[in-house]
Every structure is written in structure tokens, then in C-alpha cells.
Design a protein around this ligand. Structure first.
Ligand code: BG6
Length: 467
């Protein structure tokens, strides 16, 4: 029996949300429109206009987080509350809202962990080309600078861009480009490049301005398994890792393009256009830690097809391939969630080790969790044992990774409270706190503690001794 290392005494236990998925108040208090407010969202599920109405309930919500014993709360700032047009005029009411929210957290000694940009690009910027337009770099840097000036005295942990890799890999799922844009891949990798440059500039700016704070990237990183021990499958897994994971983190940490990912872009004729200073800027920006989101692993085999194939079963993409490089497939050893996401706690340990050994920076898990159709039962109970099981099994693996020597300083599962999922509505729930509403019936938006709420409270109280 292995002797396990304890969770560090000052471990950041918490949970996460993002502004557009939880706040609501989409057109209140001077907020401008983001791509999420107008996106081509599926019609059979809730949009983001009201969401969990956290904008009006944040005090109550934070009190519940404090009751669970949160040491940290990861949330994002809506760019369009601060700059309704993405740049230019500042909206004081937006500044005030996050001041109140941050102060409310500090009242309970909860450390704010702030994502600067979580999918909700200002519409005004998108209309000028979004991340294909170099001016967006300056807009992002300026926005970040204002955040550092306004909140930097109290916010000591910052995340630049949430899941940049998912925004690039999933075509237009996050509203980056116009759907009819012809050469979408080239534009996506151009956008990716500008985001990387913008991020590096923000790392640099932050370190120049603030001495006692930390900043890092927040991609979605997962171990990639070969479907078999066939060498071509191993190569396919290696290809996918480079394109899905290392492209993003090598740029963020080492300030350079991953060679395999770069040659992939060359082969497909989708390399970004670089300006002479870009690589110097990438090199100059350094993160203090790596935050990453983990839900599952991916299994890939070699791919012979000449054409990309994107087949869906409902909302679930069942074929995902890059011709000649990899073809994603199911893993026969793994169980799945109700939404068809494979559940792989051991893969979490592997992923933690892989990231740490590659970059040697402290890690924080900024998302991990299980989406499910929770049922509100008699006497306001939600018996989400499946969520407890998911989180417990992942925390056990996190503790094993700590024991393996990986430096992890926090765990923030998705999500603190129920919120609207990216494409599947409010009834794909992730929270410890239930929000009483349906897709189209807002009901009373009452907050109800789930069974997992009490479980997590005890995990935190025992610093992970009782999982
Ligand atoms: C991550 C995102 O991709 O996964 C979150 O950062 C998202 O914004 C979460 O909500 C769960 O995905 P989904 O599609 O179920 O909402």
C-alpha cells in the first residue's frame, strides 16, 4: 500500500465559473454585447441572457461558497462589462460590479482567481475581424492593464485566456469567426497566433507592473492515448498531443512554436503570418504557473482518409480526425457520463505528471467535473452521488500525482454553482449548488445545496483527508 502525501496545508480548494455562463444581466449596467450574447446557439436550450442570475445573486452565492469553505473562487470578468466596445470608453458600473464581487470574496478570505477572457469576445471587436485583426492584441492588452490597475491590489492570481486550444480546434463553436468565412482553418491559426502574442504581452506587462502576484495560461490539457501499440497509432497520438496540447503550452512557457505543430500547419497551408517582432514577444512573456482544465483523455488511431470528417450524434462529436495525422475514437476501457464524455481519473494523474515533467511549473486545476441531469427531489434534495464519485476518484488521482512529486497548488472543479453549459443548456448541470430554473422557465432561481455540497465541504474541512 502506497504512502500518500498530504495535500499541502495552503492548498487552494475552490471551484470555477465563467461570466457569460453564470452572470446573466446580459444587457444591464452598461454592458456591451459579446459574441456569446448573439451567437448561433441551439434553440432547444437556454441562452445566456439570464443564466444563473449570479449578477444579482452574487452575495448569496459567495456566502454559500464560504459555507463550503472555499479558499479560492475562479471566475471570469466579462470584457464587455469593462469595455462595452472592447476598447475605448470604460464602463464604470462594470468596474464597480467586480470591485464589489472581489470585496465580498475577501470578506470571507476567499482568494480571487480571475480569468481575463473566457470565450466572450466583445462583439464590437469581432465585427472588426476579432482575433484575425492585429488591433485586437492592443485591445486585449489594454483591457488586461485596466484590470491590473483596478483590481491588482487585491487579485493576486490571474489567468489570461480560457481554453484557447478549444476555441481553435473546434472551428467556430465559440463564435470566433463568421460561419461563412471560407478559409476557416487558416483564420483560426492566425487568430491563435495573435492570441499567443497578446498573452505573452500580458504576462510581460503584469510582471513589470506587479511584483507580488502570479499569472498563467488556462488551456484544456489531456493525455492522448494511442488506440494500440501499433507504431502508427503511437505516432498519431504524438501528432495529436503536439497539435492539441503542446502547441499552446510550448508557446506560453518556452515562447516558441512546437515543431510538429508548425510542420502540420505548413503541410495544410495554414501557417499564421508572423511579424518580425512576434517571436521576440513570445520569448519575453513567461507564466508563473500553469492552470489547466481536465475532463477526460482522448484516444487516437492513425488516419488514412484524405478528407476531414466531422460526424455528430446529437451534440456529441463522434468522429474527429485530421486527415493523415490522427483519428479520435472511443476508449473501450472507460465508462461515460450521461453526455457521452469518457471518465478517466487515472488519465488525470498521467496528465498532471506529463505537464509537470515537460514544463516544471506549479500546476493548478481550473476545471474538472461532471455534467448531468440532476433531479430535484423531495425536501429540496439533490442526490448527485455520481458527481461525488467522479470528483472523489479524480481527487484520489490528484493525491497520487502529488505523491509522485507533481507540484499542484489548487483544485477548482467546474462548477461552483449550476450555470449554462457552452452548448447544452442549464440542465446539463455541474454545480455543487443547484439553481432552480429550467431551460425556458426561470422559476424562482432559488439556490439549493446538493449532496455534493456537503461532501465537498467535508473534503475541504479535512484538507482532503476524507475524500
Ligand atoms: C470547458 C469550458 O470547456 O468545459 C467551460 O471552459 C465549459 O466554459 C466546460 O462549460 C464544460 O463544457 P460544456 O460544454 O458541458 O459546458
Amino acid at each position: 500500500h502506497k504512502k500518500l502525501k498530504d495535500f499541502p496545508a495552503d492548498f487552494f480548494w475552490g471551484a470555477s465559473t465563467s461570466a457569460y455562463q453564470v452572470e446573466g444581466a446580459w444587457n444591464e449596467a452598461g454592458k456591451g454585447l459579446s459574441v456569446m450574447d448573439v451567437g448561433n446557439h441551439p434553440e432547444d436550450v437556454a441562452d445566456f441572457k439570464v443564466a444563473s442570475d449570479h449578477y444579482h445573486h452574487y452575495k448569496e452565492d459567495i456566502a454559500l461558497m464560504a459555507e463550503m469553505g472555499f479558499k479560492t473562487y475562479r471566475f471570469s470578468i466579462a470584457w464587455t462589462r469593462i469595455f462595452p466596445e472592447g476598447m475605448g470608453k470604460i464602463n464604470q458600473q462594470g468596474i464597480d460590479f467586480y470591485n464589489s464581487l472581489i470585496n465580498e470574496l475577501l470578506k470571507y478570505n476567499i482568494e480571487p482567481l480571475v480569468t481575463i477572457y473566457h470565450f466572450d469576445l466583445p462583439l464590437a471587436l469581432k465585427e472588426k475581424g476579432g482575433w484575425t485583426n492585429r488591433d485586437t492584441i492592443a485591445a486585449f492588452v489594454n483591457y488586461a492593464e485596466i484590470l491590473f490597475e483596478e483590481y491588482g491590489d487585491r487579485v493576486k492570481y490571474w489567468l489570461t485566456i480560457n481554453e484557447q486550444n478549444m476555441m481553435i480546434l473546434h472551428g467556430n463553436a465559440f463564435g470566433l469567426l463568421d460561419d461563412d468565412s471560407k478559409d476557416i482553418k487558416q483564420e483560426l491559426y492566425q487568430s491563435n497566433h495573435l492570441m499567443l502574442v497578446a498573452q505573452a504581452k500580458v504576462f510581460n506587462l503584469y510582471h513589470q507592473k506587479v511584483k507580488n502576484g502570479k499569472i498563467g495560461p488556462a488551456p484544456n490539457i489531456i493525455s492522448i492515448y494511442p488506440a494500440s501499440s501499433k507504431p502508427e497509432d503511437i505516432l498519431a497520438a504524438n501528432n495529436y498531443s503536439a497539435i492539441r496540447n503542446w502547441l499552446y503550452l510550448d508557446a506560453a512557457v518556452f515562447g516558441r512554436y512546437n515543431a510538429t505543430a508548425w510542420s502540420f500547419m505548413q503541410e495544410k497551408n495554414i501557417t499564421p503570418q508572423l511579424k518580425s517582432n512576434d517571436l521576440k514577444i513570445l520569448k519575453a512573456g513567461k507564466p508563473d504557473f500553469i492552470a489547466f482544465n481536465y475532463y477526460t483523455t482522448a484516444t487516437v488511431a492513425e488516419d488514412f482518409k484524405a478528407e476531414a470528417e466531422n460526424r455528430f450524434k446529437g451534440d456529441q462529436q463522434i468522429v474527429d480526425n485530421e486527415p493523415g495525422l490522427y483519428r479520435r475514437q472511443q476508449n473501450e476501457y472507460l465508462a461515460e457520463t450521461e453526455f457521452g464524455w469518457e471518465i478517466d481519473p487515472v488519465g488525470f494523474r498521467t496528465t498532471l505528471r506529463e505537464i509537470y515533467s515537460r514544463y516544471n511549473l506549479p500546476l493548478i486545476v481550473t476545471e474538472n467535473g461532471l455534467g448531468a441531469y440532476d433531479k430535484l427531489e423531495a425536501e429540496d434534495t439533490i442526490n448527485d452521488d455520481y458527481r461525488i464519485n467522479y470528483l472523489r476518484s479524480h481527487l484520489k488521482q490528484l493525491q497520487l500525482a502529488l505523491t509522485d512529486g507533481v507540484e499542484v497548488f489548487g483544485y477548482c472543479p467546474w462548477s461552483a454553482i449550476d450555470l449554462v453549459s457552452t452548448h447544452q443548456g442549464i440542465n446539463k448541470r455541474y454545480g455543487f449548488i443547484y439553481v432552480d430554473r429550467d431551460e425556458f422557465d426561470l422559476k424562482d432561481l432559488r439556490r439549493i445545496r446538493k449532496k455534493s455540497f456537503y461532501w465537498y465541504k467535508n473534503v475541504i474541512a479535512t484538507n482532503g483527508q476524507e475524500l
